[in-house]
Design a protein around this ligand. Structure first.
Ligand code: GLU
Length: 504
């Protein structure tokens, strides 16, 4: 069988974690089977439709970097892939259901439908009736009379005739065999609205059939629609696709993932500095397990491993901390050049090289790229980089004097230590690498009976402006002997009282 699946979003909102998870699983499933992954825009709800949501969809997926094989933007053999361009088809298929006696015309006004719904709800709340929704009033209008009323121009909808007194069964690849009493299915749902537009149910089923969709992988919230879709397939005389309703995605509190838990829109994650690779890797694990002990997967590795058997029945829990962990991992895996290219715009915006918005000169670019090993392990988001590297491009402000003091040392001792540190500064700045710098300074500390940490603390603060900074030896090498010495001298003068006291 040719495997074909689809992501069928309604452009009535921004792309969020849930939607992208559905798209990604469909993509991975199609890839894993050598099948085709299709994008179909389900824009039948014209009141909530907005073109900006379509743009957001394309932007999101081009940023994430995975693509469909057929879709509105690239075409394909089963197009058009936008439902609003297929309205004539839906009318034709609704007509077929009427002719087969599987659907009927309904002439009830919106007011009547609303009144019936309310009355049934009230009766239900008093325990008098279990029935909800529409009362199937027009189901008993004789077909000839209904056709005559339609021909005379009377306003109408088309409703599906749910067979009563029966059950509908289908198999879900994850949840197993499912059976619904037909009485519990949405009571004779509308397929074609009075303006001739299809509802989701009609358009979705007709398109899945005509587009030869073999597998429907979709969010669990659609499960209640599936029995009526299956009834429609049978009414048309078509074979339903295989269904797989994906595990829910919850917040850490066990409630369905929503705004309450934090960002859910892909745009928001992007703005915060999450990388597409990190998001994809993390989202691919929401409800699926691949291999024990392996966390990092490229898109190709995921596609090679994905299968419906690897889905979990239990809801997935969205853990923002874990996503941050992925982001840090993916930042760490980048080469110096790639990482610098990624971080540079943040540094430019933050005014690292001159006024904000000013690009670096060649020398600054070289230093910035060479500084990547100093921060690679120390950032979770690109936006953290400028603050950590500012001292390489401009003199850091002098902190309070106590900041220079190693544990248990006073000002006098700190000055002695910094003078010793000054004597090593030039050779450290000229050392070939961390190892040789460390070896030489260690030997010096031992000879002079100094604790290495005590020796380096005031030097670190003098050079970087902070007790917690990127590695000192690398910083000294990047600054070079002259700048490094000038900073040490400035700190010595300040500590000795030559500079006006207090932080600047
Ligand atoms: N248009 C529906 C949605 O917005 C599609 C559901 C389905 O996959 O059948 O998710």
């Amino acid at each position: 069988m040719q495997i074909r699946d689809r992501y069928a979003p309604s452009p009535t909102g921004l792309q969020h974690i849930g939607g992208v998870r559905t798209a990604l699983f469909n993509y991975l499933f199609a890839r894993s089977k050598g099948g085709s992954f299709i994008l179909r825009l389900e824009d039948t709800d014209r009141t909530r439709f907005d073109q900006s949501f379509v743009r957001n969809l394309y932007d999101t997926f081009s940023w994430l970097g995975f693509r469909w094989d057929e879709g509105p933007d690239i075409g394909g053999r089963a197009g058009p892939y936008v439902q609003s361009e297929r309205f004539a088809l839906y009318r034709e298929y609704a007509q077929k259901l009427i002719e087969a006696g599987a659907a009927y015309y309904c002439f009830c006004s919106a007011e009547r439908i609303e009144r019936v719904r309310r009355e049934r709800e009230e009766a239900g709340s008093k325990g008098l009736s279990r029935e909800t929704g529409y009362d199937r009033f027009c189901r008993s209008v004789p077909a000839a009379e209904a056709s005559a009323r339609v021909a005379a121009g009377e306003a109408h909808t088309v409703r599906l005739k749910i067979p009563l007194g029966e059950s509908t069964r289908f198999h879900d690849e994850l949840l197993g065999d499912i059976e619904w009493k037909n009485e519990d299915i949405n009571s004779d749902p509308v397929l074609l609205k009075s303006d001739g537009f299809p509802t989701y149910h009609l358009a979705n089923v007709v398109d899945d059939h005509l587009m030869e969709i073999s597998h429907v992988l979709r969010a669990q919230e659609w499960l209640p629609s599936t029995p009526l879709h299956v009834i429609m397939y049978h009414s048309f005389g078509w074979e339903p696709p295989a269904y797989c309703h994906l595990p829910m995605v919850m917040g850490l509190d066990g409630k369905k993932l929503s705004k309450r838990h934090g960002a859910t829109g892909i745009d928001e994650f992007r703005r915060q500095g999450f990388l597409p690779e990190a998001l994809i890797n993390y989202i691919a694990l929401l409800g699926a397990s691949y291999e024990e002990g392996k966390d990092i997967y490229s898109l190709d590795e995921l596609a090679a491993r994905f299968s419906l058997e690897k889905l979990n029945k239990a809801p997935a829990v969205f853990d923002y901390r874990k996503l941050e962990w992925y982001n840090a991992c993916y930042l760490r895996r980048k080469s110096d050049e790639d990482l610098a290219a990624l971080l540079l715009p943040y540094a430019v915006d933050a005014g690292l090289f001159a006024a904000p918005g000013t690009a670096p000169d060649q020398g600054q670019t070289a230093v910035f790229t060479a500084a990547m090993p100093l921060i690679r392990e120390r950032i979770t988001f690109p936006g953290e980089a400028p603050g950590k590297l500012r001292y390489l491009f401009s003199e850091p402000p002098l902190p309070a004097k106590e900041e220079f003091f190693p544990k248990k040392a006073d000002l006098g001792r700190t000055l002695e230590l910094l003078r010793s540190g000054r004597a090593r500064t030039k050779s450290l700045a000229l050392a070939a690498d961390d190892e040789s710098a460390e070896a030489s300074v260690k030997a010096f500390a031992e000879q002079n009976a100094l604790k290495l940490g005590d020796l380096l603390m005031p030097l670190r603060v003098a050079v970087t402006g902070s007790r917690v900074s990127p590695p000192l030896f690398g910083s000294l090498r990047l600054l070079g002997p002259e700048k490094s010495l000038a900073r040490v001298d400035r700190a010595l003068a300040y500590l000795a009282g030559g500079e006006s006291a207090g932080p600047r």
